[in-house]
Design a protein around this ligand. Structure first.
Ligand code: AMP
Length: 145
């Protein structure tokens, strides 16, 4: 059965190109709609919760920067459109699952570094997204630089 709606999740680093390439190929071969998502993680989360200072300005800068990078990607790939691009705050796993459900996506595409050993203990977004996903998940193998 072909996929109808593919959601590609990007971290906005240079590593997102191979992930988008794979998602594009699949959207073309399946005749599927292609949506793009990036999640801006709340800064307080990186510091482990409560932070005794106001991070709202920094957070806004982070969001604006992400918007610029996302727009650059949309301009670079003709299959991506503003209409089907999403930029939200939150925790990547939770937000990606929520969006996939809301938009009725049947495939989520993420990048995976194939970590092992100690690095695996630090966790990976691909692993995280796979658990409890509302649809199929494709982890595109990213070559270590
Ligand atoms: P990581 O395990 O964090 O190195 O990320 C692996 C993959 O997870 C990336 O290639 C993206 O597909 C996805 N990903 C990581 N962070 C985010 C994010 N903030 N928003 C959306 N997708 C993300």
């Amino acid at each position: 059965m072909p996929y109808h709606h593919i959601l590609v999740a990007v971290d906005l680093t240079e590593e997102c190109d191979p992930v988008i390439h794979r998602a594009r190929e699949l959207s073309v071969s399946n005749g599927a709609k292609l949506s793009l998502v990036h999640i801006v993680e709340p800064m307080a989360m990186a510091f482990g919760g409560d932070v005794p200072m106001d991070l709202s300005q920094l957070q806004q800068q982070q969001f604006d920067q992400a918007r610029e990078r996302l727009d650059r990607l949309i301009n670079k790939y003709p299959e991506l459109t503003k209409e089907y691009s999403h930029l939200t705050y939150g925790q990547p796993r939770q937000e990606i699952h929520h969006l996939a459900k809301e938009q009725e996506c049947d495939l989520i595409v993420v990048g995976s570094h194939g970590r092992h050993g100690l690095a695996l203990l630090l966790g990976s977004t691909a692993n995280d997204v796979l658990h409890g996903a509302p649809c199929d998940v494709l982890a595109v193998h990213l070559v270590k630089r």
